[in-house]
Ligand binder design. Sequence first.
Ligand SMILES: [Zn+2]
Length: 279
Amino acid sequence: MSARNTRPLIHRLLFGSRHSLWLLLFCLVTSPARAEIVWHWKDAFTAEEKTKLTRWVSETTAAVEQHVAPFPFDLHIFFYRRQSQREPVPWANTRRSGIQGVNFYVDPDYPLQAFLDDWTAPHELSHLLIPYLGRQHAWFAEGFASYMQFQIMQQMGVLSAEQVQARYRVRVERAARRYRYDDRPFAEAALRLRENSEYPTMYWGGAVYFLDVDKQLRKDGISLRSVLTDYVRCCRVRNHDLEALTQELDRLSRTKLFSETLADNRLQTGFPAFQHLMQ
Ligand SMILES: [Zn+2]
């Protein structure tokens, strides 16, 4: 064996030839940045609590990334302590300016499984798969995260496919019963729903859009999941407003489904039609 071959691989790549050096630089520049999770402890937590909470969010993030694609940016996760609550995650919201992240308000007395069974982390992390679209389009963003949360919980093995469909049905039917704006399109009424804090009605009315689009994509042999995978890989780090986002998703799916279904939500009065989407 010659002395040359015993050099470490990195040394050979760097100094073996000019061609290898360019190859290495090309790989470094073009390989997608792997998301790191950056933990921020905003209140006092014990080492044991930190282990439990990081495991919960790490497992959920891994499921989102397996289901769709690795996040092309670091995730910043903030924990705030809320003692003696009736649920493990009484409140959470995303952070979208400058950094991409989630604030979790947690009661760390709950066991790990209670956190894994909760929909909040799948919901909040799903929000980060698409850009922030502004308050006016909250129905679209919340509909998206609500649709995705149960897909992610199925990916995690927390819910079966049948349980996912049952949850969609219960929540969408309840939202339709509560909806009181039959004289106007859902996209317009959503602003009023938000003002009146009728959040579940806004969320699950919005989710009908994604149930609808996904069902139609599946008829074409693709799915919302596969289109999102392409989107996160190619385009997520660009800023998109709602029109640009739906056009990009149309382009990636080679359909007009995203923009046409959006136009329907803006034109047709009443709660979005959903009975034909339920399995
Ligand atoms: Zn949300």
